[in-house]
Design a protein around this ligand. Structure first.
Ligand code: CAA
Length: 380
């Protein structure tokens, strides 16, 4: 067992760290305040290869492994979790979904542009009445010969108003349950496709979240992904990888808050000494350090499983469950260490605390991760 990062992995991590410090940090408070989507920064991340990290270079990707992906995600998320969710959805859900399950034509037409950042992708599974209960899709896609007719509503879609390509799950045969669901590629601007108003969110406010409406959208037959009826399994498999991305986002949020709290505790004085010298603060920092280290190993384990071609459904759920719990718990502690300053936007930790919450909700709530884990460990 080797716990050391390779020199290449260290270089990738350092490049992401530099980008986050130099490019993401300067405007992050303003983007959060004004719900401003970082379009220019997304373009720069595309140029750096961050939008197609694991995609084969023959489709315009960076050809890196999942360990590299989580290292990049952690560094971006320390500074700006709104930027990192754009990276995570584009990589894990859209690029991976197309590369693993798309036809060669679909890869040439869409993946090559998504991997370079020329296009942005969105993943559309959740509905007003089908969030955790993802098999209960109400969106329908009726087979009309050379095309499907798509009708329905999708909710809380990351990159919803900014994407060029949307992977949309829909029921094609309700009687078949989860085997009657298909995944489709829908393009921005198709007739009958409407983007609803932007959500006003608690956290990750720089990311772009919308409800989408599909009214008789004609989706060409060749835009279905995979075999007929494979859409639910496509969504589940893709989400397993997505959970590695969100676990690394949660890890980054936690470690970003920890680094800020540690630095502050060495500068801020109370009762005649730096506050890190008070055990009340030192023990908080020790707990943060230990929990973040543990979460990091779980995230790395899930990434390693994926890179080794092992099943990562459970290890990704474990990593997401733990890392998101650590992110929520310790961003609250970071605010506490900062005291009154922690409640003020200039010090960043209140934003990290707000951003942490979504990591316990999207790409499967913590309860859903426990469903995945408990089903696996109690199976006879
Ligand atoms: N890989 C492949 N197939 C899988 C699978 C996986 N990981 N998980 C389930 N399946 C298959 C099952 O084997 C089963 O197939 P068979 O019928 O052939 O046996 C089929 O899918 C149905 O599975 P279940 O019976 O387990 O389905 P269920 O209704 O009990 O649901 C669930 C299982 C785990 C609760 C699932 O519904 C789930 O994960 N829900 C959460 C959905 C979610 O994560 N939504 C996030 C939205 S996306 C998002 O947030 C993106 C963003 O914008 C940031």
């Amino acid at each position: 067992m080797n716990f050391n990062l390779s020199e290449e992995h260290k270089m990738i991590r350092d490049a992401a760290r530099d980008f986050a410090q130099n490019e993401l940090l300067p405007g992050v408070i303003d983007r959060d305040e004004n719900q401003h989507f970082p379009a220019e920064l997304v373009k720069k991340m595309g140029d750096l290869g961050f939008l197609g990290i694991m995609v084969d270079p023959k489709y315009g990707g960076s050809g890196m492994d999942t360990i590299s992906y989580v290292l990049i995600m952690e560094e971006l998320s320390k500074i700006d979790a709104s930027a990192s969710v754009i990276v995570s959805v584009n990589n894990s859900l859209v690029c991976y979904g197309l590369e693993a399950y798309g036809t060669e034509e679909q890869k040439q037409k869409y993946l090559t542009k998504l991997a370079t950042g020329e296009f942005i992708g969105a993943f559309c599974l959740s509905e007003p009445e089908a969030g955790s209960d993802a098999t209960s899709q109400k969106t329908t896609a009726i087979d009309k010969g050379d095309h499907y007719l798509l009708n329905g509503t999708k909710n809380w879609i990351t990159n919803g108003g900014r994407a060029d390509v949307y992977l949309v799950m829909a029921q094609t045969d309700r009687d078949k349950g989860s085997h009657g669901i298909n995944a489709f590629i829908v393009e921005k601007g198709m007739n009958g496709f409407h983007v609803g108003p932007k959500e006003n969110k608690l956290g990750i406010r720089g990311s772009d979240t919308h409800t989408l409406q599909f009214n008789d959208v004609k989706v060409p037959k060749e835009n279905r992904i995979g075999e007929d009826g494979s859409g639910f399994r496509f969504a589940m498999k893709t989400l397993s990888g997505g959970r590695i991305g969100i676990a690394s986002q949660a890890l980054g949020i936690a470690s970003g808050a920890y680094e800020l709290a540690l630095k502050y505790s060495k500068e801020r004085k109370a009762f005649g000494t730096e506050i890190c010298n008070h055990q009340a603060i030192a023990f908080k920092l020790a707990d943060m350090y230990a929990d973040i280290e543990a979460a990091r190993y779980l995230v790395m384990r899930a990434a390693w499983d994926k890179d080794q071609g092992k099943n990562y459904d459970v290890s990704s759920a474990v990593a997401k469950l733990q890392a998101s719990k650590v992110a929520m718990q310790h961003t609250v502690e970071a605010v506490q260490i900062f005291g009154g300053n922690g409640f003020v936007k200039d010090y960043h930790v209140e934003r990290l605390m707000r951003d942490a919450k979504i990591t316990q909700i999207y790409e499967g709530t913590s309860e859903i991760q426990k469903v995945v884990i408990s089903r696996s460990i109690t199976k006879t």
